[in-house]
Design a protein around this ligand. Structure first.
Ligand SMILES: Cc1cc2nc3c(=O)[nH]c(=O)nc-3n(C[C@H](O)[C@H](O)[C@H](O)COP(=O)(O)O)c2cc1C
Ligand code: SF4
Ligand code: SF4
Length: 281
């Protein structure tokens, strides 16, 4: 069979790229399970990569693409949105699957990603969602979705990866491979997703404060920040790229980064135990 015939019948080698953004490892685990499923079902090569390692033209070389994200503030976080928007437009559409892990309220995340990807030549045929332990500071102490992704979630993710291979083959062979369809989530959740954008978060959500005497200048916060918002000079300096993920606050080994969570904890998680006094300064 010639290469052209193989492409037409969908029998050409299927190489897959699975890209993910993951701050605390939940989405990364799901991405790994999906990649394993793709490989098991006969993908010829599967590349699994964190988003910051994937250049905007890299996806042109693949015949299956998966993109995974956590849900932050009811949508995909800025690093994921920016990555999709920077993608080099594909001359030929490619079958894509999207996935997310979330704390129970993903709102229109999958629908939004489908729309952004379509503009660059990605055809989203299917998607997957599951819970992931929610480490947002307001919910941290209530252990929301603790234990997720669970073994069952990961088994389902692997099965999803296996199943997607057939969909991709059908797509490349020109057989019916309908796009995924998502109901629009409106109401209060949609209003919140619309409100919780950078200007609102910058203005009303807790600000990061450095307590200089406590900082040992280890650089862990700057290294972990997903947007490069922290410069070591040599003390950490916060720029204007913050997406309010509060990872730096959580991981600082000396508790030198502080935020005042009292107002939002009372509002969003009134049953949580009060924060220790020293963290509410
Ligand atoms: C800054 C932040 C905002 C979040 N916002 C939401 C949200 O709006 N809806 C939701 O369902 N989960 C939300 N979560 C929970 C995460 O989506 C969930 O814990 C996810 O599994 C994290 O994935 P990761 O470990 O790959 O980063 C939020 C978590 C963080 C840290
Ligand atoms: S992680 Fe904490 S101690 Fe380390 S540089 Fe950042 S603020 Fe300083
Ligand atoms: S500065 Fe802190 S809260 Fe802001 S994006 Fe970076 S890690 Fe997240």
């Amino acid at each position: 069979m010639t290469n052209d015939e193989a492409q037409r019948t969908g029998d050409a080698p299927l190489n897959a790229l699975v890209v993910y953004f993951s701050q605390t490892g939940n989405t990364e685990q799901v991405a790994g399970a999906m990649a394993a499923g793709l490989a098991e079902a006969g993908c010829d090569a599967v590349d699994l990569r964190p988003i910051h390692q994937v250049t905007p033209d890299a996806w042109l070389a693949y015949r299956v693409v998966g993109l995974g994200t956590p849900v932050f503030y009811y949508h995909e976080p800025a690093p994921v949105r920016d990555w999709i928007k920077a993608l080099v437009r594909r001359p030929d559409p490619v079958p894509v699957f999207t996935f997310n892990t979330n704390g129970g309220n993903p709102c229109n995340t999958l629908r939004r990603m489908q729309k952004f990807l379509a503009k660059r030549g990605g055809r989203v045929l299917d998607s997957f969602e599951c819970w992931g332990y929610d480490t947002y500071p307001i919910y941290l102490k209530s252990f929301r979705k603790w234990g997720h992704p669970s073994a069952d979630d990961l088994a389902a993710a692997k099965a999803f990866g296996r199943g997607f291979v057939e969909k991709a083959r059908a797509f490349h062979a020109g057989r019916a491979a309908p796009e995924a369809a998502y109901d629009f989530v409106g109401g209060r959740t949609f209003r919140l997703s619309w409100i919780c954008r950078k200007p609102f978060l910058d203005r009303f959500f807790p600000k990061l404060h450095l307590v200089p005497p406590l900082c040992i200048r280890c650089g862990a916060c700057a290294q972990a920040c997903p947007t490069g918002n922290i410069l070591m000079q040599p003390d950490p300096l916060f720029l204007n790229l913050c997406i309010h993920c509060y990872l730096c606050e959580r991981i600082c080994p000396t508790n030198a980064i502080r935020c005042d969570w009292r107002f939002w904890t009372r509002k969003m998680n009134p049953d949580a135990p009060p924060p220790p006094a020293e963290q509410s300064a």
